[in-house]
Write a protein that binds this ligand. Structure first.
Ligand code: GLA
Length: 691
C-alpha cells in the first residue's frame, strides 16, 4: 500500500510515497471517503520545463537536502561535528483507529525517523510529531515536525506578534518567493512570536472561506518557516529554535496541531482549536465550566503586603462576588521590590508573623479559595538560594539580567528536586488550590533542556497535587503555547488590564484560545499601564468575556461602580457553564471601531453577542453587525442585556432596546442587527436563544 489517509469531520490528510519517503499529498477540507488516492496523486503531478532537474525533488514529510531539494530541508544533522546527509527510505506504516505512524530508516547512518499523526474524531484536530532515533547521538541543528504543503490558492500568511502589554497582534505577510521565518530565540514561546499561525485561502475572513491553522506545542522557543519554493510549491515547517537542542539519540518535535475550516473562515479553525484545548489539552482538576471569579491583589498593593489591609481587601472582593483570592508577588523572602528574594520561597515573617495561615483562613471564611504567586525557575543574586548555590544559576556571570534576576538551571536534577521539595512543602502545609506560575525574563541562550526540565517539574508537582490549578504567566502572555497548556489551566494573557487593549487582544487570541483558559481582570479605574480612565461597565464586560477576575484596589470602588460590577459578575456566574465550554466566533465587523464576537453554546441553543465600541465610529449610524454560525432556518430571540449603558445622546427607534427581537438565523447572518448608538468604551451584550 502506498497511500494513507487520516480524516476528521474538519479535514483530510493524504500521504503517498516519493522515492521511499512519505509525503503529504493533500491537506485541506474533507475529501469523500471513496476518493481515488492514486488519481489524486496523479492529478497533483506537474510537468517540467527547461532549467529544471529531470524530476521534481519531492516535498516529503522531511525534505532532504541530498535530493537537491530547492528549499529549507526538514533536518540538518551532524555527528561529532561531521555533517550527515542521511538517505531515508523503506517506509513502514502502522495505522490504527485515527492514528498513523510512518517510519523510515537509514541503516548506514543508524537513524530512524517516525512521523506520527493522531486524528481527534470529536474536536476535528489532527496532531502530528516527528521522532528521530539514532544509534549514536547526533547533533540536531534543525529537525522539523511533519512538513506540510502550504495552500496554493492563498495570498497571505497570518501569524502572531506581540509585546509586553500588547500581546497577540495579527501580522499579515504576502506569500512570495522565499521564506517567511518566525523564530522565538529567547528560550520562551514568547510575547514576540507566539507559536500559532493561520493560512487563509484567498478571500477568507473571520466568518467565511477556507482556512488552515497550526499551533506548535513547545514552550522553549521555536521556528516556523513558510516557504514558497522557486518553482511555486509551498511548504510549512515548525521545529525548535536554532541551536537549542544539541546532541540527542532520541528526540521528538511536536505536537504540531492542525485544524482546517472548509467554509467558516478563521471562526471554524478557532472553534476546533478552542474545543481541542478545552477537551483534550488542558487537564482540569475540577468541572472546567465553573471558572471561579478571581481576585488578584497585584495592582492593589504590589509588594506592600499588610495583613489588615489584605483581609479588608479580601472582604470587599468577596462581597463583590470573587470566589478565589490570589496573593501575588511579595509574600516571601524579603521581597519589598523586584531586586531580591526569588528562590527563597519561605513566608516573610516581617509581613506575615504567623505565616500565611491567618490570611488563608480569613479568605476561606469568606467562602473563597486561595491562590499564590510563585516564579520557581528564577533566582535573584540577592537571595539565600543564590548565596548557597551560585552554580545553580544558568548562563555566564556577565549575562544581561532581566528584572534583576537569573534563571535556575532546570536541566540540573538537584535544582528540580530542590524546587519540587520546596513547592511540595508549601502546597502540603497550606490550603492552596491555585498557583500563578510566573517567568519574568528570557533565557541567556535558548536551551531545550530548560524546557524539558520545567515540564518535568510541573508534571511531578501535578502528580503530587492533582487538585491544584496552575496559571502560566510570563510578564503577561510570554509563555502561551499548547505545550505549557497541557500542564497548566489558565494563561495570563497580558499584564495590561486596560479594557480597550484587552478587547483587541482577547479578540485575536480567541482565534486559538477558549474563554475558559484566558484570564481577564477588571483593572483599576485609572489603568496602571496606559493611564486611561474607563467606565466600570466597560471594564467589567470585557473581563466577563473570558475567565473573569478583579485586579484593583476595591477600596477605590464607588457604590455605583460596585452595583455595576456585582451585576456583571452575577451575569458571568449565571452564564459561565455554557459559555466556558462553548466556542468563540469573532466577527468580521463592517465598522472598524467595533470589535465583536459571539459565544455559542455547544448545543447551539444559546449565544451571546459582545460588541465593543473601541473608538468613535467614522460614520454617524451604527453599521449592522452580521452574526455567524447560526442555523439559517431556526428562529432566535435576541435581548439586550445591558440597556442601562445607553449614552445620553442616543434617541429614536431601536428594536433591541424596545424588547426582544425575533429573527431567523438567515436574517441575522445575512442582514445582521443594528445595535443601539454608543459612546466609545461601551460594550453591548446581546443574548440569543433558539426558539
Ligand atoms: C509579572 C506578572 C504580573 C505580576 C508581577 C509580580 O510581571 O505578569 O502579573 O504577577 O510579575 O512581580
Amino acid at each position: 500500500m502506498s497511500h494513507w489517509r487520516l480524516d476528521t469531520h474538519h479535514q483530510t490528510l493524504v500521504f503517498g510515497l516519493a522515492d521511499g519517503m512519505p509525503a503529504a499529498l493533500y491537506w485541506g477540507p474533507p475529501l469523500p471517503a471513496d476518493e481515488d488516492l492514486a488519481a489524486l496523486e496523479a492529478a497533483g503531478q506537474s510537468m517540467l520545463t527547461g532549467g529544471m532537474l529531470d524530476a521534481l525533488p519531492p516535498l516529503t514529510l522531511c525534505p532532504e537536502a541530498r535530493r537537491s531539494f530547492p528549499g529549507q530541508p526538514g533536518l540538518s544533522l551532524s555527528r561529532q561535528g561531521v555533517p550527515l546527509h542521511p538517505k531515508f527510505g523503506g517506509c513502514t506504516a502502522e495505522a490504527g483507529a485515527g492514528t498513523l505512524s510512518l517510519t523510515v530508516t537509514d541503516g548506514d547512518a543508524g537513524l530512524a525517523l517516525t512521523f506520527s499523526f493522531e486524528a481527534d474524531a470529536d474536536t476535528g484536530l489532527i496532531t502530528a510529531a516527528t521522532r528521530l532515533q539514532a544509534s549514536e547521538p547526533v547533533e540536531i541543528h534543525w529537525l522539523a515536525a511533519p512538513v506540510l504543503p502550504g495552500p496554493q490558492q492563498a495570498d497571505e500568511i497570518v501569524d502572531i506578534a506581540g509585546r509586553w502589554i500588547g500581546e497577540f497582534q495579527l501580522v499579515r505577510t504576502p506569500w512570495a518567493p522565499g521564506i517567511r521565518l518566525r523564530e522565538a530565540t529567547t528560550g520562551r514561546s514568547g510575547h514576540e512570536h507566539p507559536p500559532f499561525a493561520l493560512f487563509p485561502d484567498t478571500g477568507a475572513g473571520r466568518t467565511s472561506g477556507t482556512v488552515r491553522a497550526m499551533a506548535f506545542g513547545w514552550s522553549g522557543g521555536h521556528r516556523m518557516i513558510a516557504e514558497e519554493l522557486p518553482e511555486g510549491r509551498r511548504q510549512i515547517q515548525w521545529g525548535h529554535a536554532a541551536g537549542s537542542v544539541g546532541a540527542q539519540s532520541d528526540w521528538t518535535v511536536g505536537p504540531l496541531q492542525l485544524a482546517v475550516s472548509a467554509e467558516a473562515g478563521m471562526g471554524g479553525t478557532a472553534a476546533a482549536f478552542q474545543r481541542h484545548l478545552y477537551d483534550r489539552v488542558v487537564h482540569w482538576p475540577c468541572t472546567p465550566g465553573a471558572r471561579p471569579v478571581h481576585y488578584n491583589c497585584w495592582e492593589a498593593v504590589y509588594f506592600d503586603h499588610d495583613l489588615p489591609v489584605l483581609t479588608d481587601i479580601a472582604e470587599r472582593a468577596a462581597a463583590l462576588g470573587a470566589e478565589r483570592f490570589v496573593l501575588d508577588d511579595g509574600w516571601f523572602g524579603r521581597r519589598d521590590d523586584d531586586t531580591s528574594s526569588l528562590g527563597d520561597w519561605q513566608v516573610d515573617a516581617r509581613k506575615y508573623p504567623d505565616g500565611l495561615k491567618p490570611l488563608i483562613e480569613h479568605v476561606k471564611s469568606l467562602g473563597m479559595s486561595f491562590g499564590l504567586w510563585v516564579e520557581p525557575e528564577m533566582v535573584n543574586r540577592d537571595s539565600d538560594l543564590y548565596r548557597a548555590h551560585p552554580d545553580w544559576a544558568l548562563g555566564a556571570e556577565d549575562q544581561i539580567e532581566g528584572r534583576g534576576q537569573r534563571l535556575l538551571d532546570m536541566a540540573n536534577p538537584a535544582v528540580r528536586d530542590h524546587l519540587f521539595a520546596t513547592l511540595d512543602a508549601l502546597l502540603t502545609a497550606h490550603d492552596i488550590d491555585y498557583l500563578k506560575w510566573d517567568h519574568n525574563r528570557v533565557l541567556p541562550a535558548p536551551d531545550a533542556a530548560q524546557t524539558t526540565g520545567i515540564y518535568d517539574l510541573l508534571d511531578r508537582l501535578r502528580a503530587a497535587h492533582p487538585q491544584v490549578e496552575i496559571e502560566s504567566c510570563a510578564s503577561g502572555g510570554g509563555r502561551i503555547d499548547t505545550g505549557i497548556l497541557s500542564r497548566t489551566h489558565r494563561v495570563w494573557l497580558s499584564d495590561s488590564n486596560d479594557a480597550l487593549e484587552r478587547l483587541r487582544m482577547q479578540h485575536d487570541a480567541a482565534l486559538f484560545l477558549p474563554a475558559a483558559i484566558t484570564g481577564a481582570h477588571v483593572g483599576p479605574r485609572e489603568c496602571h499601564n496606559s493611564g486611561r480612565i474607563l467606565p466600570m461597565s466597560f471594564r467589567a464586560w470585557v473581563a466577563a468575556q473570558r475567565h473573569m477576575g478583579l485586579e484593583m484596589d476595591p477600596r477605590e470602588i464607588t457604590p455605583d461602580e460596585a452595583e455595576t460590577l456585582k451585576r456583571v459578575i452575577s451575569w458571568y456566574k449565571s452564564t459561565r457553564a455554557w459559555r466556558m465550554a462553548g466556542e468563540i466566533r469573532t466577527l468580521d465587523s463592517a465598522d472598524p471601531a467595533v470589535t465583536a464576537e459571539m459565544q455559542i453554546a455547544r448545543d447551539g441553543d444559546r449565544f451571546v453577542l459582545f460588541a465593543g465600541q473601541s473608538r468613535a465610529s467614522d460614520q454617524t449610524l451604527p453599521r449592522p453587525l452580521r452574526l455567524t454560525a447560526l442555523q439559517p432556518d431556526a428562529r432566535y430571540r435576541l435581548s439586550l442585556t445591558n440597556p442601562e449603558d445607553l449614552p445620553r445622546q442616543a434617541h429614536g427607534p431601536s428594536a433591541l432596546l424596545d424588547g426582544p427581537l425575533t429573527l431567523s438565523g438567515a436574517a441575522l447572518m445575512q442582514s445582521g442587527i443594528r445595535l443601539p448608538w454608543s459612546w466609545p468604551a461601551t460594550m453591548w451584550v446581546v443574548e440569543g436563544e433558539r426558539l
